[in-house]
Write a protein that binds this ligand. Structure first.
Ligand SMILES: N[C@@H](CCC(=O)N[C@@H](CS)C(=O)NCC(=O)O)C(=O)O
Length: 301
């Protein structure tokens, strides 16, 4: 290790609001709402409050896969929660997720007794069980699927909160945490690589919630699309993960789901809110902005 940063922790930790880093403005050491704000409610039973990050994409891909399988009850309204503007701390959002993180789902199938679900893994399981799809119902296949689903929940914080934070977002580059988390991420990629060398999908030849949970994180990393870290991590070496990532990315439901609640990248890839299946054709950001500029430039009557 070079240039160690000398730091002696004080006896009692203090909240230093100026600690810097990309998320310094929204990080707090306390939970709960900071302001009153009700959540909007659309016409479908399923109301999703989210953002197109890897954790959010898991749920929109799941819903699009369910719809593609013919489960019309999976129609949903996807509302945007801008976490960099602190919208996860509004009272309505906190009542759906006391942990103030996207994604959060409200199932209003029984509007008098709505069911709230938070944590992406819990949402995937809830939807899989509600519709009887994408999660084997018993035995070894179910155990394998849940094992990989929970593997993702335990592993991704080392990838995002550990490696991604220190490699891409921390105010300075520190060798110790980058080394520690790069090693762990490479180990995780090797776990996936060895598994996918002998299996088409995570649990075998069946595509399940395990693939849906793992792809938005590890599928992007292995394609060099996360944290600009492809060369650093030598991601091309994980050939079986690359094969699987490409295969999953080609699925039409995945291509639709990754557009929902997305606020970055090509405007045609951003469907910031989704309320109808037809929104993919008519309400992507390129179309909305073209329509707005056409109406602004049309002569006033
Ligand atoms: N374990 C949670 C993680 C959710 C999470 O970390 N969401 C992030 C965006 S990807 C978030 O909402 N961050 C806002 C904040 O930390 O205030 C899950 O899988 O749902």
């Amino acid at each position: 290790m070079t240039d160690p940063i000398p730091y002696t922790p004080p006896a009692v930790w203090q909240w230093n609001k100026e600690s810097g880093g990309k998320f310094a403005s929204i990080n707090r050491p306390v939970a709960g709402a900071t302001h009153d704000k009700e959540l909007p409610v659309g016409r479908h039973p399923l109301q999703l409050y989210s953002l197109g990050t890897p954790n959010g994409v898991k749920v929109t891909v799941m819903l699009e896969e369910l719809l593609a399988l013919g489960h019309s009850g999976a129609e949903y309204d996807a509302w945007l929660i801008r976490i960099h503007e602190g919208e996860q701390f509004g009272s309505g959002f906190v009542s759906v997720n006391p942990n103030s993180k996207i994604p959060a789902l409200l199932d209003r199938s029984d509007a008098g007794n709505p069911v709230r679900v938070f944590e992406s893994g819990a949402i995937l399981m809830y939807l899989a069980e509600k519709f009887g799809a994408l999660l084997p119902t018993s035995g070894a296949a179910r155990a394998e699927c849940l094992s990989w689903l929970f593997w993702q929940m335990g592993s991704a914080p080392f990838l995002g909160g550990g490696f991604g934070h220190f490699y891409a977002y921390a105010p300075e580059k520190y060798e110790y945490p980058i080394n520690r988390y790069a090693m762990e991420v490479k180990r995780q990629l090797d776990v996936l690589n060895q598994r996918l060398a002998v299996n088409e999908f995570l649990i075998g030849d069946e595509y399940t919630v395990a693939d849906i949970a793992i792809w938005p994180w590890y599928g992007l990393v292995v394609k060099g699309q996360a944290y600009d870290s492809g060369e650093f991590l030598q991601v091309h070496e994980y050939t079986h993960v690359v094969r699987w990532a490409d295969q999953v990315a080609k699925r039409p439901a995945v291509q639709r789901g990754r557009k929902v609640n997305r606020v970055t990248g090509d405007l045609a890839s951003q469907l910031r809110e989704r309320h109808e299946a037809s929104d993919f054709e008519s309400k992507t950001q390129d179309k909305l902005e073209a329509a707005a500029s056409a109406s602004a430039s049309s002569p006033a009557r």
